[in-house]
Design a binder for this molecule. Structure first.
Ligand SMILES: Cc1cc2nc3c(=O)[nH]c(=O)nc-3n(C[C@H](O)[C@H](O)[C@H](O)COP(=O)(O)OP(=O)(O)OC[C@H]3O[C@@H](n4cnc5c(N)ncnc54)[C@H](O)[C@@H]3O)c2cc1C
Length: 558
């Protein structure tokens, strides 16, 4: 006999059943511009996320967090994290859809993984995938052949895939990794780690192997003395290789356990050379920064979409919320910001993917992709926190209640500006690329190529003039002797100019009367580069920028 239990989740979550890939018109236009066509797995993922996954994560978030089990039946340390069967099913599904496995082509490419992050976006479960992608990427690129033979295939295994982690931050320094005190020792051809300060170890208790930063006793002080290791959770003889002191109690990202890890002569494998550690660990961070940017935009999309569907149903003062001019203005402005952040995020993904064959000391293309990653992460994170906060407000008082998904979207968006390097760190690294890695030259080349690709030559002249004015301002700040003080403003201005150029390139390829980005690109330019707000008539004329959110349900057949 089948028993059907009534499930009314769609009364809590209006977006249920949308497809976050095939129903998302602006994102499809962005991906098409970068030559990326979502395959069947990604489209299935887009639907899976808005049905089963979002519901399972709501349950995990509120009622079934990962739990650390420290002792076994015989009083032995076991230190593993138990997740709920729902949670396990979500991870299995994401693995089956190739979120990690598809990286593993002839040449490792992360584009599929990056785009999957837009649909998944959940800061908890996608963090588990990000950490795994980083570990597999670094092992593939820098692991010695015997290490790769032993472990790499495990991450792509169809039946029982491994999970990764990056244990860098210690209590005395997350931004300042050079302050790490975990000690590495060499004994013959083997390495061992000792230290109890890994204070923010996400995926601890789930990860099968982690990338860990540590220093040899005689290494130089600071970042230059950092080496990178692969540390399996269990030794070859099955013994626990490190212990987990406790899990953190966090305001979001619930699905990923974040713990404090202690090493006690834990077996480790050196990745690359002893002196390269800081470069390789930072290279892995670019992946998580891009993932973070894309996921931040994905969360913002879910929140704004939900708010839009609500505004179509809810009435105030005798008409639907969406028919109030001020609400339309709100939606329009947020949508434009969201699309610009999405463009920056996918642009940085594409650049990194193309530049990722580069090795230390790296070429300028790689450094420019790093700069784009810094900009995308910082802008997407701020945009996401702003959009999720205001989307909550657009639901009125009920937006604030934990029983609806908006509160979780906002909680999960906030971490995106903190982990993988705070916004100040992104700004300082942007500065470093600009001043020490030929970033200024690369930036000019990038923008010149974009402007020469503009088909509307009148607009090209105007863009050249306005972007030139902003670039001059940036140059003045760079040569002021106070670069650090201005670095955040430099990052924001750069992001605006780069996003505007890319939006124009995307928009011009869309036939007139169709699509979203053609409308967005000029409005973004007007708002951000000319500093002119959108007039009432312009808003009315360009309503398609937001209306597609209502039409998407029909298009996905739901
Ligand atoms: C949920 C969660 C999960 C995490 N998971 C992981 C993980 O798996 N692995 C891992 O290694 N880490 C992880 N982290 C750690 C995270 O990356 C760090 O917390 C973050 O990089 C900031 O480092 P910190 O906490 O030491 O803060 P600090 O470095 O002490 O920074 C404090 C403040 O000072 C500012 N600041 C620092 N230096 C400068 C400067 N030079 N100029 C201007 N401002 C500055 C920062 O912007 C920040 O506002 C996680 C963090 C969280 C919240």
């Amino acid at each position: 006999m089948n028993t059907t239990v009534k499930n009314n989740f769609s009364s809590l979550f209006l977006s249920r059943g949308l497809n976050y890939i095939s129903g998302d018109k602006p994102m499809l236009e962005i991906l098409s511009h970068f030559g990326f066509k979502p395959d069947q797995d990604l489209i299935e993922l887009g639907g899976y996320v808005s049905e089963e996954m979002i519901e399972a994560l709501d349950v995990i978030d509120h009622y079934s967090k990962p739990v650390l089990h420290t002792w076994g039946l015989l009083g032995d340390r076991i230190d593993y994290v138990r997740i709920s069967p729902d949670h396990e099913r979500v991870l299995t599904k994401l693995q089956n859809l190739g979120v990690i496995r598809k990286m593993n082509g002839k040449r490792m490419s992360l584009m599929d993984h990056f785009v999957s992050g837009y649909a998944i976006s959940d800061s908890g479960v996608f963090c588990t995938m990000t950490l795994t992608a980083q570990t597999a990427y670094i092992l593939n690129k820098y692991g010695d052949p015997s290490l790769k033979k032993k472990y790499l295939g495990r991450f792509f295994d169809r039946n029982n895939p491994w999970y990764g982690a990056t244990f860098y931050s210690e209590i005395q320094g997350g931004s300042d990794i050079g302050a790490n005190t975990t000690i590495a020792e060499q004994d013959g051809d083997r390495f061992y780690l000792t230290g109890s300060d890994k204070y923010f170890a996400s995926n601890a208790g789930i990860a099968d192997a982690a990338l860990v930063t540590a220093r040899f006793r005689d290494s130089p002080k600071g970042a230059k003395g950092i080496s990178l290791f692969l540390v399996p959770a269990y030794c070859d003889d099955g013994k626990l290789n490190y212990t987990i002191r406790r899990l953190k109690n966090k305001m979001g990202t619930t699905a990923v356990p974040t713990g404090e890890v202690e090493f006690n002569r834990s077996e480790a494998y050196l990745i690359g050379s002893m002196k390269e550690g800081i470069y390789l660990s930072m290279e892995a961070l670019i992946i998580s920064r891009i993932d973070d940017a894309i996921a931040a935009v994905g969360i913002a999309r879910k929140a704004l979409w939900e708010a839009y569907l609500f505004a179509e149903k809810r009435e105030a003062f005798g008409k639907k919320l969406i028919d109030h001019d001020l609400m339309r203005k709100d939606f329009m402005e947020l949508e434009i910001d969201l699309e610009a952040a999405a463009v920056l995020s996918i642009l940085s993904a594409k650049y990194f993917d193309d530049a990722s064959d580069s090795r230390p000391p790296y070429d300028t293309k790689y450094h420019f992709s790093r700069l784009l990653g810094n900009i995308a992460k910082s802008i997407a994170a701020d945009t996401s926190a702003g959009i999720t906060r205001y989307s909550m407000e657009m639901l009125g008082g009920i937006g604030f209640f934990e029983e609806f998904p908006m509160a979780k979207f906002h909680r999960d968006s906030i971490v995106t500006s903190i982990w993988e390097g705070t916004s100040n760190i992104q700004a300082l690294e942007t500065l470093e690329v600009l001043t020490r890695k030929e970033g200024v030259r690369m930036l000019h080349e990038h923008l010149n190529a974009a402007v020469s690709g503009f088909r509307d030559r009148e607009f090209a002249k105007l863009f050249h003039k306005e972007s030139g004015r902003i670039l001059q301002k940036i140059m003045d700040m760079l040569s002021s002797g106070e670069q650090e003080y201005y670095s955040k403003e430099i990052l924001r201005l750069l992001g605006t100019v780069i996003a505007s150029a890319e939006l124009e390139l995307i928009g011009q390829d869309i036939p007139e009367g169709n699509g979203i980005m053609r409308l967005t690109s000029r409005l973004y330019f007007q708002e951000k580069l000319l500093g002119k707000s959108i007039e009432f008539d312009e808003m009315q004329k360009n309503l398609n920028i937001i209306r597609w959110m209502a039409e998407a349900r029909g298009e996905t057949g739901k």
